[in-house]
Design a protein around this ligand. Structure first.
Ligand code: ADP
Length: 396
């Protein structure tokens, strides 16, 4: 069975076509600049040169059509025709409180996703547009929505409630939702497999460290707390997002400088984090290079970044009354062994001791637990697309 996975952003679209017989990736690609000048598609197929198509794409429907045309292209495609695609799995950022699992998309699901637009104004609209475009092109193919928030719906009230007037929860649904759920779920399952144990028997902390980043406490296979909150702004320091700050800073800035909500939103989401602290870049590799050249602000940015991650790990050990396994994933977590080493420094009290030599690898699954460490420490490349494809198969 062949499953197409779609991750639709506002002007870009990522896709992967899986053969679910052996979970192999037949093709994957990226469409960029949808609705703008210079729109193009790049498709990668193992063992072939990248195939690039430049074509005006006025909207997401055009983009999806180009994806299907490319997948079925006589010379550069991987399937004979569209009818070989048995189902489409869509990444959807926000499922609100309604969806604790992935779902087969019908009119009611579409309505629920539209109701969540207020909660994720930047992400849900392009996700919905992508689904509608696929439905128009493949009206008889079943579609599944896989939500970033679903995995965290197992959190209990004390973890998801903010101590604000209760009416805010009733009226505006203001609570912690958490994101990157598909990634946290995937790596926690792989971690259990690597340890030869059942996820149901383990207390884990999964650290998804990419441009965006979040940390999740996974107890007995279920998310019990996570660092991102009502929005993906809360939690650890990220590439350009500030993570946790004292909320009174906002009222102070409004009073002192007269910032508008739009300006503040831009500062907190786009000008803060590693970029804000370093003044150099939001990309870990640049900051790391800066630190090595003796740049004090890059040094500071990394110190704050690491300190906050350690704080979340400590707090989640307390929440779970213990820890069996610590997992690193996503761009930084999978590749930056320097960060893994520094996060795990001085954690002996929590039972974490790493083998620095084993840790010195990038982009591969590795168990770098030191002998005598109570806690297993792993790096695992995430694969949200595969998780979406698996959920899609199980639902159809
Ligand atoms: P997102 O999906 O949130 O956009 P990624 O998971 O791709 O982000 O992570 C991007 C981050 O990963 C960047 O800060 C980048 O510097 C870092 N990264 C990617 N590859 C490497 C590498 N080989 N070594 C160190 N850091 C890396």
């Amino acid at each position: 069975m062949k499953v197409l996975v779609i991750n639709c952003g506002s002007s870009s679209l990522k896709y992967q076509l899986f053969d679910m017989e052996d979970e192999s990736v037949l093709a994957k690609g990226l469409v960029e600049r949808i609705g703008n000048k210079g729109s193009n598609l790049t498709q990668k197929v193992s063992g072939r040169e990248n195939y690039v198509v430049e074509r005006p794409l006025k909207d997401h429907k055009d983009a999806i059509k180009l994806v299907v045309d490319t997948l079925t292209d006589k010379n550069n495609g991987v399937i004979g025709n569209m009818s070989e695609i048995s189902a489409v799995g869509h990444r959807v950022v926000h499922g609100g409180e309604k969806y604790a699992e992935s779902v087969l998309i019908d009119d009611e699901v579409m309505k629920a996703m539209e109701e969540c637009i207020k909660l994720a104004p930047l992400h849900n609209p392009p996700n919905i547009i992508g689904i509608k475009a696929c439905q128009a092109l493949m009206p008889n193919v079943p579609m599944v929505a896989v939500f970033d928030t679903s995995f965290h719906q197992t959190m209990s009230e004390e973890a998801y409630m903010y101590a604000l007037p209760y009416e805010f929860y009733q009226k505006f649904k203001i609570r912690r939702y958490g994101f990157h759920g598909t990634s946290h779920k995937y790596v926690s399952k792989v971690a259990a497999e690597m340890l030869g144990k059942k996820a149901e028997d383990l207390k884990m902390i999964t650290c998804h460290l990419g441009n965006g980043g979040s940390i999740t406490a996974v107890k007995n296979g279920k998310s019990i707390d996570t660092s991102m909150g009502f929005t993906p702004l809360e939690g650890i320091v990220m590439g350009t997002r500030c993570g946790n700050i004292d909320p009174a800073i906002l009222t102070y800035l409004i009073n002192e400088e007269g910032y508008t909500t739009e300006e503040l939103d831009n500062i907190l989401n786009k000008k803060s984090g590693l970029l804000g602290l370093s003044g150099e870049s939001s990309d870990f590799r640049d900051i790391n290079a800066g630190e090595q050249k003796g740049n004090e602000r890059c040094k500071l940015a990394l110190k704050v970044y690491i300190y906050k991650i350690k704080q979340f790990i400590g707090s989640y050990v307390a929440s779970m009354n213990g820890l069996d396994c610590l997992v690193f994933t996503a761009g930084i977590g999978e590749n930056a062994y320097e960060i893994r080493e520094r996060v795990c420094e001085n954690m002996e009290y929590l039972g974490i001791k790493i083998d620095k030599e084993k840790n010195r690898v990038r982009g591969v699954a590795v168990d770098f637990t030191a002998e005598g460490s109570r806690v297993k420490v792993l790096a695992i490349p995430t694969d949200e697309e595969l998780m979406i494809a698996r959920d899609t198969v199980s639902l159809i």
